[in-house]
Design a protein around this ligand. Sequence first.
Ligand SMILES: [Zn+2]
Length: 592
Amino acid sequence: MTLFIPASCDWSSNGNAGKSWRVVLVFIQYNPTSCSGCVVNDLSLYNDLSSLELELFCKRQLTDNKMKVAALLILGCLVWEGLAKPKFPEQEKDPNFWKGLAQSSLKNALTLQELNKNIAKNVILFLGDGMGISTVTAARILKGQMSGKSGEETQLEMDKFPHVALSKTYNTNAQVPDSAGTATAYLCGVKANEGTVGVSAAAVRSQCNTTQGNEVTSILKWAKDAGKSVGIVTTTRVNHATPSAAYAHCVDRDWYSDGEMPPEALQSGCKDIARQLFENIPDINVIMGGGRKYMYPKNTPDVEYPGDKKHNGTRKDGRNLVGEWIDRVKDKRGYYVWNKRDLLSLNPNNVDYLLGLFEPADLAYELERNEDADPSLTEMVEVAIKILRKNERGFYLLVEGGRIDHGHHEGKAKQALHEAVEMDLAITRAGLLTSVHDTLTVVTADHSHVFSFGGYTPRGNSIFGLAPMMSDIDQKPFTSILYGNGPGFKFVNGSRENVSTVDYEHNNYQAQSAVPLSMETHGGEDVAIFSKGPMAHLLHGVQEQHYIPHVMAYAACIGQNKDHCRTTSGSSSLSHISPTLAILLSVTWFLC
Ligand SMILES: [Zn+2]
């Protein structure tokens, strides 16, 4: 026995002709032996039916005894249609609403003529790994929809930053870059080859003997050398590509510990990245993220997952890097924590050094995080800033939303976008704990992904939802979010999988891609740089990625370009003080 029922239905505007129906009918085969009773076999498309035509069509398809079922389903379809109409706030119909909004933005823009030329006491870089511009837009919509709005009009925290530039992300040897070469650019100020961290483009990936002499230092080191406190917070392992360029010089990003290194590299004297974390810049004040297993001798059971061998220590040299670190800081108000409870029980006022390693490798996705055991990125950032800001010379903090990238690589857009939203919440928290008068905050990405969303979706459409039309080629629905390549490519019986038959809003749904790949790839287009605080206006226009730390260092009067700092004699701002001095001098002159 077979039934045609509407499985989904949408309307679309048809110009002067008014609305038209677009209805997917599911061909259902009733199976009396099956408990569920039905199997979805096929989908058929019937475009542009009026509701009357739809009803007539269904009547023709159904026998009398199925009419009630069909009528109910059609009724359901009509209700759905009513709910699915694009909704937007009533005020948006009023031209004055838009004019007022624009005037308010204009007023804000005009105030930017008074440039913030203060010296940046504090510098914070938020790095969304893989957070291309399409990801920023989609995360914005998601954030709005998470609070019950249609989403598009929402402002991310980074959207509120007054200055925006574009960053050209290519590596010296790659048009579409990776996270290691790009990290060297935005942390060390030098473009480099893919796969390498903290070394110039003269170094060759995986060739140990090309390391020596080609090391380049990062802004984290420049800040430390200038007496600032420094910190690293990431949702990946702390020796992953992004954070590692802040402290390591390594020709291979995958040399997490000596257990991952080839014997020749070890014999030639190259050091693994975990070891370099503790040896190169020994006084990093705050280190938080994952990566415990790379710090312990091979086969050491993990403290959180002692029964799971894949989380055992990986080090061949027998060293316990965490134990060594604890010994080194025990008289310097240093603390090691591996869970949220211990982290949040610390009083940051009594902590000068903190090592927090919350997972054996990367932290869990925010959507899958154990809220009792593991801190969020926002919680880590808050603790980090409270520890670092005690230094009267200020601080440098690198924060990485590192798993946006991983979500995209897996084709799991929902995971990626929730990671981006979480990073935005961390940016908000950082803004509450600092001041734009003395803190330069920069938000950017290392590279993009081949992630897109489109399909003429109506206002307020779920960012994970369907486009309001069928493909006119294969007559099947499609999700708004799609990837250029990746693991979501699925052919069923020789044609594109019908997404109506799967839960495309599931956390781990892999959005369809044009080309099958087990791992979706990075994208090559520019990414955004958002900035606020002292000298933020220098991040303008279209720039090479390696320009970023040069601006940050200039703003903070650290690193190579400090000529402008001497004229301000270390004061917070010459431009701020001059008018005051001028008034005092005038009054003195007048009185005399
Ligand atoms: Zn990646």
